[in-house]
Design a protein around this ligand. Structure first.
Ligand code: NAP
Length: 252
């Protein structure tokens, strides 16, 4: 029986792969056999070592995703590294915390630019390639519980992640017939830089933990299975879902 989760011969572009969830996803895809193109503004040495240890080919592209400027270079370098792009994981994202009543335009724009605007136009550029070469592909957006819920003190983050869930559904509707699966993963509360401020706040941290049915925060490696599933032929008939990986948070 063939392994529907096998990614041998595939090339995956993963944004924000130097740390946290992006790094764990890159490593999981590498372990499933994919070559990795890691895109980000910081050094990728640790991710490179982990992916190569898994036996994967690895290439990194230095790019600041706060503007659209690096998109052409990302696509060109990724294609050069892998001949074609089979998988795109839009993971890079930022968060700014402040009360909505005093939230600044800069904190709005900075978050929307990375989490939504660049994500859309990078996806568009890579989908054009996937459509041109006629073999389709897999696009995975990293959404959030804030794609379903309001949260507090993170207005631009909630708007961006709710927008990303909508965009996931729209792109799935437009591109499913072209052989591209567009889906999203909504991680719950994971131990990464993104949640450091929350974990440092004893009260918020224990309130969050008390609501997670499995009784612990997520470790980045907990996302690997969902990422491999959505990147592989095992999910060929799955389009436009936002898959929670949240220890049961949304079930409560
Ligand atoms: P993280 O450790 O802060 O990672 C964020 C990644 O995005 C880093 O690689 C970061 O690069 C990259 N990034 C940010 N701005 C960038 C820019 N302008 N150009 C290029 N790369 C940029 O946090 P994380 O938790 O792993 O977050 C990964 C994704 O998961 C984000 O989209 C986040 O919203 C989402 N998420 C996280 C959680 C959670 O509980 N942790 C829950 C739901 C969703 P640098 O290291 O160079 O800044």
């Amino acid at each position: 029986m063939t392994n529907a989760f096998d990614l041998a011969g595939k090339t995956a572009v993963v944004t924000g792969a130097n740390t946290g969830l992006g790094q764990a996803i890159a490593v999981a895809l590498a372990q499933a056999g994919s070559a990795i193109v890691a895109v980000g503004r910081s050094g990728m040495d640790e991710t490179e070592r982990l992916c190569r240890d898994a036996g994967a080919r690895f290439h990194s592209v230095k790019a600041d995703l706060s503007s659209l400027e690096p998109i052409e270079q990302i696509v060109a370098e990724s294609v050069a590294a892998g001949e074609r792009i089979d998988i795109l994981v839009n993971n890079a994202g930022i968060i700014r915390r402040a009360d909505a009543i005093s939230f600044t335009e800069k904190d709005w724009d900075d978050v929307m630019n990375v989490n939504l605007k660049t994500t859309f136009f990078l996806t568009q550029a890579i989908a054009r390639r996937m459509i041109e070469d006629g073999r389709g592909g897999k696009i995975i957006n990293i959404a959030s519980l804030l794609s379903f819920q309001g949260g507090i003190r993170i207005p631009s983050y909630t708007a961006s992640k709710s927008g990303l869930a909508g965009l996931t559904r729209l792109l799935a509707c437009e591109w499913a017939a072209k052989g591209i699966n567009v889906n999203a993963i909504a991680p719950g509360y994971f131990v990464t830089n993104n949640t450091e401020a929350l974990r440092d706040d004893q009260k918020r941290s224990s309130e969050i933990l008390a609501r997670i049915p499995v009784g612990r925060w997520g470790n980045p490696a907990d996302l690997g299975g969902a990422a491999v599933f959505l990147a592989s032929s095992a999910s060929d008939y799955v389009h436009g879902v936002v898959l929670p990986v949240d220890g049961g948070w949304l079930a409560r």
